[in-house]
Design a protein around this ligand. Structure first.
Ligand SMILES: *[C@@H]1O[C@H](CO)[C@@H](O)[C@H](O)[C@H]1NC(C)=O
Ligand SMILES: *[C@@H]1O[C@H](CO)[C@@H](O)[C@H](O)[C@H]1NC(C)=O
Ligand SMILES: *[C@@H]1O[C@H](CO)[C@@H](O)[C@H](O)[C@H]1NC(C)=O
Ligand SMILES: *[C@@H]1O[C@H](CO)[C@@H](O)[C@H](O)[C@H]1NC(C)=O
Ligand SMILES: *[C@@H]1O[C@H](CO)[C@@H](O)[C@H](O)[C@H]1NC(C)=O
Ligand SMILES: *[C@@H]1O[C@H](CO)[C@@H](O)[C@H](O)[C@H]1NC(C)=O
Ligand SMILES: *[C@@H]1O[C@H](CO)[C@@H](O)[C@H](O)[C@H]1NC(C)=O
Ligand SMILES: *[C@@H]1O[C@H](CO)[C@@H](O)[C@H](O)[C@H]1NC(C)=O
Ligand SMILES: *[C@@H]1O[C@H](CO)[C@@H](O)[C@H](O)[C@H]1NC(C)=O
Ligand SMILES: *[C@@H]1O[C@H](CO)[C@@H](O)[C@H](O)[C@H]1NC(C)=O
Length: 619
């Protein structure tokens, strides 16, 4: 009786002490879970799974989660009971992500059990944020620091490749005897209790406590012993991936690529295979193959490892074309099929495609294209490798109406674009750029935005093409200046600084082209962006007069509408802001999309004249 009466008191008194004790015991788990590095391979390395929850905004589709874990989508969708690998997930949807767990010796006194994942730092990332957000507390920043002793956590540079140790454990011999085949890494949530977890995973509370101890607190990684992977019941009808013509870049932005797998893998496989053929021929053939060989070597460097990974994931995304089909479609790459440069037009199985012929230098463009997917970017449909001539072909969707350049400056159809169409084109391009700047990891800089790289589809909606010069990763400095006169940002020309702001500058030039109908650089070598200075000075009346003089004369008919002039003035103002000499003072694409959409609303509201927004005015 006495004892019963006193025990609650005892409990209260000892509470602070227990709390301390708990902290002490939890200590090892903050740096990781130790293991004994023995050469019994069964307990050293194993295939296991981490439980992951889909979270908006960045991790709401399999592609970006697969990317994060450097695996392919089917490797997640199969164990997770998801039938459509390209569907969008719902927030908090449960997934099993396979990881390869091993025991790693960090120094003489520290061996940790983890699955090391490479992660490329983006600006704003810290060890803490990536551990708690992207990896959802499946690791801790303390552990990341221990595993990456050569990096200073407060001096991370975008582009640094950090190994994130995902906590995991392999069952030991006695566990295996008891039919424990996996220890699933699971992050304990505030709303969890052990009995619920145990029943969900087909385990028992006692066996979870045996392995993880009694002091489990939220955000701890625990290991759930199971004999087989539990069945996940997924929501019946997951929403489909966003449609391609979705204008809202923020939702489409989630469709980030396939990760390391993807197209590169297919390509590397193909090249690997064909290289054998090339080698044999080398004795018979001339030196001109050396170029191809060099490219192959560069391509294979560092990529051989990924060859081992699962290839199936990329085949669902891209089609592998046969060289004979491409030859048939283009009359043997006849000049009359050339659309522009080395791009041919061809019809395969009733579908038109644009086929770009490249040497092995397709790698950079592929690397970027396999990460992007947006209605305002020209879509890659597939590729083809021609072993005979060491050529690589990228096959894109065919965009019917040709380049904006030809519409503005070549007057090819005796048709001109209405203001409404031009405004829509500006917004489309801005959306495409916003997507590559804000929603890809690492950011992609196109580096060659110009009217001839903007294509118009059958509805006169714009798509950005030609990622041949594009660069991923930011704030790099390059010694090798590429780009097109009249569009190149001054800081890039001077110092070779590559940033998203150089695309903003080029986009500003395109806006001026749309309003003025003038080329970015005239025959005399004068650049268009130099000519816009005076327009925005003075009072409203003077500004309108100036603008009317400078504007494309085809728009002058429309310019009687004050809404149109106001809208054009808004676009020029955005253009001028984009052309600021100081890159840091140029607006971001997010701000630009917003400003242009406002200009669009303004115009659209007033001009209720029944014209379709895609209306083209005849000359
Ligand atoms: C571990 O490796 C050492 C030599 O590398 C060997 O002598 C020893 O037998 C191995 N132990 C086990 C348990 O395999
Ligand atoms: C992806 O989704 C589209 C349409 O939702 C479907 O037609 C296609 O078969 C899907 N691809 C795969 C591999 O599931
Ligand atoms: C690993 O943990 C065991 C107890 O589980 C402990 O005896 C051992 O000292 C630890 N090793 C290290 C290097 O911390
Ligand atoms: C991570 O990068 C290192 C060094 O580049 C490499 O050795 C390792 O294989 C990579 N790991 C994965 C899982 O890609
Ligand atoms: C990870 O843990 C931190 C700190 O406990 C918490 O703020 C964060 O919300 C957790 N992240 C997730 C995805 O649960
Ligand atoms: C081993 O690494 C850990 C974490 O980096 C460190 O705290 C510890 O002092 C190191 N031990 C030795 C002996 O170097
Ligand atoms: C665990 O949670 C479930 C539902 O969330 C609840 O029904 C159950 O009573 C809880 N069990 C304990 C021991 O708290
Ligand atoms: C295997 O792991 C369990 C739980 O961590 C532990 O109780 C047991 O002693 C281990 N057995 C061996 C042989 O190491
Ligand atoms: C999972 O589903 C399969 C087939 O539907 C069934 O045979 C198996 O028993 C289930 N496993 C669990 C743990 O529920
Ligand atoms: C997979 O999920 C569906 C619901 O989408 C569910 O009906 C089915 O039972 C699950 N399969 C298994 C093996 O659990």
């Amino acid at each position: 009786m006495k004892l019963n009466f006193f025990s609650p008191l005892l409990f209260i008194i000892s509470l602070p002490y227990l709390h301390n004790l708990h902290n002490v015991q939890a200590q090892p788990s903050t740096i990781g879970y130790n293991c004994t590095a023995s050469n019994q391979s069964s307990s050293n390395t194993c295939q296991t799974y981490a439980f992951y929850r889909a979270t908006p905004p960045d991790f709401l589709d399999l592609a970006s989660i697969a990317d994060l874990f450097s695996i392919s989508r089917p490797m997640i969708s199969n164990p997770s009971n998801i039938s459509a690998p390209n569907s969008t997930l719902i927030p908090d949807q449960s997934l099993f992500v396979p990881i390869r767990c091993s025991c790693n010796t960090l120094n003489s006194s520290l061996t940790l059990s983890y699955a090391g994942l490479n992660y490329t730092i983006r600006s704003g990332d810290t060890f803490y944020l990536v551990s708690t957000h992207s990896f959802q507390n499946l690791t801790t920043y303390q552990s990341v620091e221990a595993v990456n002793p050569t990096f200073n956590p407060i001096r991370l540079e975008p582009g640094d490749v950090i190994t994130f140790p995902i906590f995991c454990r392999c069952p030991n011999a006695s566990q295996v005897r008891n039919q424990v085949n996996y220890l699933i890494s699971y992050v304990y949530q505030t709303s969890d209790n052990l009995s619920r977890i145990a029943s969900r995973f087909g385990s028992s509370v006692q066996s979870i406590i045996d392995i993880n101890g009694n002091n489990i607190s939220p955000a701890d990684t625990i290991f759930i012993p199971v004999s087989r992977l539990p069945n996940l019941t997924q929501p019946i009808a997951p929403r489909l991936a966003p449609e391609r013509d979705d204008r809202d870049g923020t939702t489409v932005g989630l469709g980030i690529g396939l990760g390391i797998c993807g197209l590169i893998l297919c390509l590397v496989c193909g090249i690997w295979y064909y290289r054998e053929g090339l080698m044999k021929k080398k004795e018979r053939k001339y030196r001109d193959e050396e170029k191809g060989q060099k490219g192959v070597k560069e391509l294979l460097k560092g990529e051989e490892v990924t060859l081992m990974a699962d290839v199936s994931g990329c085949l669902d995304k891209y089609k592998v074309f046969r060289i004979d089909d491409l030859r048939d479609a283009t009359d043997g790459f006849d000049d009359k099929c050339i659309v522009q440069g080395s791009v041919y037009k061809g019809c395969i199985d009733g579908e038109w495609y644009a086929i770009k012929k490249m040497k092995w230098n397709a790698y950079e463009e592929l690397k970027i294209l396999q990460k992007v997917n947006h209605g305002n970017l020209v879509r890659l449909e597939g590729f083809c490798i021609d072993p005979e001539e060491a050529n690589c072909y990228l096959v894109y969707e065919f965009v019917e109406n040709g380049s904006l350049y030809s519409w503005l400056h070549e007057n090819k159809n005796n048709e001109k674009l209405s203001w409404k169409t031009r405004l829509r084109i500006a917004i489309d391009v801005a959306n495409g750029l916003q997507y590559i700047h804000e929603h890809t990891r690492p950011k992609v800089v196109h580096k060659d935005i110009k009217s001839s790289n903007i294509l118009l589809d059958s509805n006169m909606r714009a798509k950005i093409a030609n990622f041949g010069l594009a660069k991923s990763g930011c704030n790099a400095i390059t010694m090798h200046i590429v780009g097109t006169q009249g569009y190149i940002a001054p800081e890039y020309l001077l110092d070779g600084v590559v940033s998203t702001k150089m695309d903003v500058f080029s986009f500003g030039v395109v806006l001026l082209e749309l309003v003025s109908g003038k080329e970015a650089i005239d025959e005399g070598g004068n650049v268009l962006w130099d000519s816009v200075g005076g327009i925005l000075d003075g009072n409203e009346e003077r500004k309108l007069k100036k603008l009317r003089e400078w504007m494309d004369q085809y728009l002058v008919n429309e310019s009687s509408s004050s809404a149109m002039m106001e809208s054009a003035m808004g676009v020029v103002a955005v253009g001028v802001a984009c052309l600021n000499k100081d890159p840091t003072r140029r607006p971001s694409m997010v701000e630009i999309v917003y400003a242009l959409s406002k200009s669009d609303d303004l115009f659209f509201d007033v001009s209720e004249d029944g014209l379709s927004p895609r209306q083209v005015i005849a000359r």
